[in-house]
Design a protein around this ligand. Structure first.
Ligand code: AMP
Ligand code: MN
Ligand code: MN
Ligand code: MN
Length: 278
């Protein structure tokens, strides 16, 4: 079974790549992609761990892009993590994340919550800093009871700790993936709160930019959502992706256990550029 969207502690996941791959094997996954936010730093460790577990592995990254003032996530798979343009792009995003983290810390301090930048950085010690690291700190400090509340009251759009960030443009993020020899997939397409026509515009722009597929199976879709996404695959003649978006054992989505893709949709692993490391 394929699981092509997962996170480790190199971004906002809980597990090391090693623990992630052990968990994947125990959950019956046979081919896993590690897709940390805006970083490829966990891939070498994950490849070694996949070999030890006898799993196939796919190099990936989940890249944040800005499209029409919205943040969209593009999963790149079968990428060459050493490709210079990809590396330069990811480095730029990591610098943006550092600047945003500083600014989030300042905003929270201004409303009486000091030490958040340092507190979040402590949770992010293995990799890039993300909003969930701030959420952990707010929970740890007793400011909120859980991660969801941290986003709802402090970190979500237009909340007091929200700092808008302009990522690379959609076309640019897709280019990084193409230049690195990979295939590009729109992650969790139904999670952006786009109207039907806007979602179609996103998919068309993505396809025009050279994108290959959309995530059809994800823990963030219910069965009706999966069917909608499959319909969009057919309509735009795109490949179908499948991944849990796993962030850790204590979170909402577990590894594997994914529904099959409809038979008349082409799975992304059938793409000619697909590259599994065995
Ligand atoms: P960032 O890329 O640093 O802006 O962080 C985005 C990440 O935050 C997403 O990949 C999710 O893992 C997480 N996230 C976003 N919204 C929520 C929420 N409402 N509750 C919990 N986690 C969230
Ligand atoms: Mn995440
Ligand atoms: Mn995402
Ligand atoms: Mn993700």
């Amino acid at each position: 079974m394929y699981d092509l969207h997962t996170h480790s502690y190199y971004s906002d996941g809980e597990l090391s790549p090693d623990a992630l791959l052990s968990h994947a094997a125990a959950r019956g996954v046979t081919c896993l992609a590690l897709t940390d936010h805006d970083t490829v730093d966990g891939l070498i460790e994950a490849q070694t761990a996949a070999k030890a577990q006898g799993l196939s592995f796919v190099n990936g990254a989940e890249i944040s892009v800005t499209w029409n003032d919205k943040t969209i996530h593009i999963v790149g798979l079968s990428i060459n993590p050493m490709e210079p343009n990809l590396q330069a792009g990811l480095l730029h995003h990591q610098q943006l994340r550092d600047m945003r983290a500083q600014a989030i810390g300042e905003r929270l301090a201004a409303i009486g919550i000091p030490g958040a930048h340092e507190g979040a950085a402590k949770y992010a010690k293995h990799g890039v800093i993300t909003r969930p690291h701030f959420a952990h700190y707010l929970v740890e400090q007793g400011v909120v009871k859980d991660m969801a509340a941290a986003f709802k009251h402090y970190l979500g759009k237009d909340k007091p700790g929200f700092v808008p960030l302009v990522w690379a443009a959609l076309e640019e993020g897709v280019q990084w993936i193409l230049q690195a020899g990979g295939v590009a997939i729109i992650a969790h397409p139904l999670r952006y709160r786009l109207s039907k026509s806007k979602l179609r515009r996103l998919i068309q722009d993505f396809k025009n930019a050279g994108g290959h597929g959309i995530e059809v199976v994800t823990s963030r879709h219910d069965p009706a959502g999966q069917q909608r996404a499959e319909q969009l695959c057919r309509e735009f003649d795109l490949y179908a992706g499948a991944g849990s978006d796993f962030h850790g054992p204590s979170t909402w989505a577990n590894l594997g256990g994914l529904a099959p893709i409809a038979e008349d949709c082409r799975a992304i692993w059938e793409h000619p550029q697909w590259n599994e490391i065995r």
